[in-house]
Ligand binder design. Structure first.
Ligand SMILES: *Cc1c(COP(=O)(O)O)cnc(C)c1O
Length: 458
């Protein structure tokens, strides 16, 4: 198309005005906005001029320029936070946003986020109320706690309980529990940030009740248990039971704090997994305060949930950091809706994370077979993982669609470039897709994307 000399080509280049008033240009303005379209066309024309002057070839006709502008405007306005299809088989995938919300939780976000609400309004009194009360009753009913408080995430919950009860004093933690969760959460750093002094006891693999007893001084504020969420110790291992930690703390008049991490309300052992400790078990064992995440095995929005003895939770509520860490109305709405699923006994049917965990293998297998019929490949046995810093090493048997190809990395990268991006797993030289983590409405899209990518690959 460019038999022209650079000088001719430069002269033949359409103006921004001409482009913007063409049929295609008007459509772009309608879709992406005038300023964005003009900026994009201007940048594109500048680029084209630079290339022509450098003696390179470049498309100069209006249609090509408008097509390029459309593609770039699409990318720009789509942004970088977009939904993806998770075919990795990792159910609580932290990089992919952890727990997907239930329909009811999403409806609640829409209803509360899209209008005014009783967030901090007491209808009976016609006066100011507290945002903290909304999830509190449900949390207490479900866990047996006297009181509850919700903040932005479990990291904030842990900082808050340490700052409120142990600033300037000592907190005793077993060496086996000085964990790093990922994303920069390391127990010793969190402790330092909260102004508490960490007293390490025991050894990496064994800590006994007597180790706690011995370490207590008049400057001790609390004993803390950190659940080693994302790794497992095997062999010559001894952890002090939390009932013993709670008993020792009580005998010395200090607090027993529990950073539980995932905090499932249902027993994962009922689904062939290891037992992830439940917050209600911590309270029964006598722990004073328990902190856990909203978007791990609870299956709700990102949140940090603190439950425990009334006196202690009330002190947390009054701490200035509680205000700094306070949860948003959309979080509270989604959390209450999620908790209601547990209250109604429908968590396994309604909460995506639990639905995926509970999904029978035969069902997953049938879906993988159906996919293989449509796109080829074979169905192989595999393992789904729970992920999200819970149940380390625990897997669920699954069925995978496996595609064989010469360059798995390039194929997987092309899948990631699809719209919506499709995230698959590479395993033993195959690209594999686990139906377990693909949401019900996404299966058809997945097939479409795989077919299209296979075609453009050959
Ligand atoms: C996941 C986890 C955290 C961090 O929770 P977020 O909700 O991600 O802030 C803290 N402690 C433990 C033990 C965890 O497993």
């Amino acid at each position: 198309m460019n038999a022209k000399t650079p000088a001719n080509a430069l002269r033949a280049l359409p103006s921004v005005d001409a482009l913007i008033s063409s049929v295609g240009g008007v459509a772009l303005v309608e879709r992406y906005g005038r300023t964005a379209t003009v900026d994009m066309l201007r940048a594109l024309l500048d680029e084209t001029r630079t290339r022509l002057r450098a003696g390179e070839t470049a498309a100069i006709d209006s249609d090509s320029l408008l097509d390029s502008a459309a593609a770039r405007l699409h990318t720009e306005q789509r942004g970088s936070l977009v939904p993806v299809i998770n075919a990795t088989g990792v159910i609580i995938h932290t990089n992919l946003g952890r727990a997907p919300l239930s329909d009811e939780a999403l409806d609640a976000v829409r209803a509360i986020g899209g209008g005014y609400s009783t967030l901090e309004y007491d209808l009976d009194a016609g006066a100011r109320g507290s945002r903290l009360k909304h999830p509190e009753t449900l949390l207490c009913t479900l866990t047996g706690a006297e009181s509850a408080l919700v903040v932005n995430n479990n990291a904030a919950a842990t900082v808050l309980m340490l700052a409120a009860f142990a600033r300037g004093r000592e907190v005793i933690v077993s060496r086996g529990q000085l964990v790093e969760i990922g994303g920069g959460f390391r127990v010793p750093d969190i402790m330092a940030e909260s102004g508490a002094t960490l007293i390490e006891i025991g050894t990496t693999n064994r800590t006994r009740a007597a180790d706690y007893e011995r370490a207590i001084t008049e400057n001790t504020a609390a004993l803390m248990r950190v659940h080693s969420s994302n790794f497992k110790q095997v062999g010559f291992v001894e952890e002090t039971p939390i009932a013993d930690i709670a008993r020792i703390a009580q005998a010395h008049g200090i607090a027993a704090l529990d950073d539980l991490g995932s905090g499932a309300l249902l027993d994962s052992a009922a689904y062939g997994l290891a037992h992830e400790p439940l917050p209600q078990e911590s309270l029964q064992a006598g722990m004073d305060l328990v902190a856990f995440s909203g978007d791990k095995l609870l299956g709700g929005p990102q949140a940090g949930i603190l439950i425990g003895k009334r006196e202690l939770v009330e002190k947390l509520k009054r701490h200035p950091l509680a205000r700094a860490f306070r949860a948003d109305k959309m979080t509270l709405a989604a959390l209450v809706a999620t908790l209601l699923h547990y209250r109604k006994g429908e968590a396994v049917e309604k909460i995506p994370v639990w639905r995926m965990i509970a999904r029978p293998l035969a069902d997953v297998h049938a879906q993988a077979e159906a996919w293989a019929v449509q796109v080829g490949g074979s169905v192989i046995d595999g393992e789904s993982t729970v992920g999200g810093g819970s149940l380390p090493g625990a897997t669920l048997p699954t069925a995978l669609l496996a595609l064989d190809m010469s360059s798995v990395d390039i194929f997987a990268a092309n899948l990631r470039r699809a719209d919506p991006p499709l995230i698959a797993r590479i395993q033993d030289g195959h690209v594999v897709f686990d139906p377990r983590t693909v949401l019900p409405g996404q299966a058809e899209m997945l097939i479409e994307i795989v077919k299209r990518t296979l075609q453009s690959d050959t």
